[in-house]
Design a protein around this ligand. Structure first.
Ligand code: ASP
Ligand code: MG
Length: 466
């Protein structure tokens, strides 16, 4: 048994839904037992959320435009994917769900208020729509299938917008509902992203939550693998738009995949795969648009783990803040004070480095948070600034992080030297370096304008293109 999850681009229109359906049918009719999870059609969740906010602010224009678009996109897809005999039923169901959206938005408009619970009810509609389209398409392509709303499977707490599953009750319900269907040879097509509280209120698992759904179902059903169908050939050694010779990594560990995600690669959110990791269920990343092409298997212990550096990733739009002062030497609590001041602003820190002389601490944040962070630090360190223990707090804007990811880099001498060497030859200045406490990554800060060149240089240095 495998879970197959299709993301929003894989079901972006009627044509694509049929393509996904053929992939499902191929698995179901060649001895496999697929359990399908599907996201909303591309862009739909965003549109729903935007429109619900517009309703709360009485912006009727945007709301009406969204309603019209939802009807036309889903009706168009419904006409495309349904066999003639099913077209009428599917259209009726699709229209009823868009009507539900209209009604919810009217209520939000009257109240002039959008609660997290209301927002979840609205946001869930994208998957409740797409699941019907895909199930119908699978039947059209020749395998019995049923649309299932995960509200009846996934029991969550009531943290609307970012709910957590309660795994034990979820496991019970999922098995009770899905196993008999599978036994009958019916492929369940389940909504990604959503669940419900024990009381039955609809919740969502956080943006991009369909991967989470796939991992949860995989965990509950003890599947052999979870397949994430997306629009790229698995996880690559670098972004192919930056490095043309980038290639697909055949295997990766959970930890390496997590590290890549933290550093901006569009892999899979570490939190969302936890249920699968806990059972050591392998996760395969595949391309809907190139189903026979290369894919990546994410496992606990990858084979062929010889490569020290496996992938290079980068994040742009950052800023490097430095707190500097000779008086910081040996004074305990400076770092604690610094990071709590930043954390109080809700600013997340991507990378930290402290020189061993302890005369400066620098850290990287998103560029748009620079002003807020500087103000918070100046306030927090006002006494130290006055007493000259801290001399200067400043920001260098327009920087980027390049991260080299791979297991075992930390233990091997010379990796950093090799990284610096590669960049030195290109004349790229390394502004700061940090080695994460995990052994999986070394990150460098460079000027944003040089980051693509840096990624290419490191990719070449470690011969990742093969
Ligand atoms: N449709 C949801 C979102 O856009 C969930 C997902 O796509 O995974 O966040
Ligand atoms: Mg999506």
């Amino acid at each position: 048994m495998v879970v197959m999850k299709f993301g929003g681009t894989s079901v972006g229109d009627g044509e694509r839904i049929l393509r996904a359906a053929r992939i499902v049918v191929c698995e179901a009719t060649t001895g496999g037992t697929p359990v399908v999870v599907v996201s909303a059609m591309e862009g739909v969740t965003d549109a729903l959320i935007r429109a619900a906010r517009a309703a709360a602010h009485h912006k009727s224009d945007l709301l009406h435009r969204t309603i019209a678009e939802l009807y036309s996109r889903h009706e168009g897809a419904a006409r495309k994917v349904a066999a003639p005999g099913e077209r009428g039923t599917l259209l009726t169901e699709v229209r009823a769900l868009v009507r539900e959206f209209e009604n919810l938005c009217s209520a939000i408009q009257v109240l002039g208020e959008l609660t997290p619970r209301g927002l979840d009810a609205v946001a869930s509609l994208g998957e409740r729509l797409s699941v019907r389209l895909l199930a119908t398409a699978v039947r059209r392509e020749g395998a019995p299938a049923r649309a299932i709303e995960a509200t009846g499977l996934i029991v969550t707490n009531d943290r609307h917008g970012a709910a957590s599953p309660l795994l034990e009750p979820t496991r019970k319900r999922t098995r009770a509902v899905l196993l008999p269907l599978l036994e009958e040879g019916v492929t369940p097509v389940v909504t990604g992203f959503i669940g419900a509280t024990a009381e039955g209120a609809i919740t969502t698992l956080g943006r991009g939550g369909s991967d989470f759904t796939a991992a949860i179902l995989g965990y509950c059903l003890d599947v052999e693998e979870v397949w994430i169908w997306t629009d790229v050939d698995g996880v690559m050694t670098a972004d192919p738009r930056i490095v043309p010779e980038a290639r697909t990594l055949p295997e990766l560990s959970y930890a390496e995949a997590a590290e890549l995600s933290y550093f901006g690669a569009k892999v899979i959110h570490p939190k969302t795969i936890l249920p699968a990791v806990e059972r050591k269920i392998p996760i395969r990343i595949k391309n809907t648009f190139n189903p026979d092409g290369p894919s990546t298997l994410i496992v606990d212990q990858p084979r062929n783990n010889g490569a020290l550096v496996k992938a290079i990733t980068s994040i742009k739009g950052l800023s490097l803040l430095t707190v500097e002062g000779r008086g910081m030497l040996g004074v305990p609590g400076i770092a604690a004070k610094l990071f709590s001041a930043v954390a109080e602003q809700g600013i997340s820190v991507l990378m930290i480095s402290q020189s061993s002389s302890e005369q400066s601490i620098c850290f990287v944040i998103r560029d748009e948070e620079t002003e807020g962070a500087l103000r918070a630090l100046e306030e927090a360190f006002a006494p130290e600034l006055a007493g000259r223990n801290v001399d200067r707090i400043w920001a260098e804007r327009g920087v980027a992080i390049v991260a080299a990811v791979g297991k075992g880099m930390k233990e091997v001498p010379g990796i950093a030297a090799k990284l610096f060497g590669a960049l030195g030859r290109e004349g790229i200045n390394v502004i700061s370096i940090a080695q994460g406490s995990s052994e999986y990554n070394v990150s460098l800060v460079v000027k944003e304008g040089e980051v693509d060149q840096a990624v290419r240089a490191i990719h070449r240095e470690f011969a990742l293109g093969g």
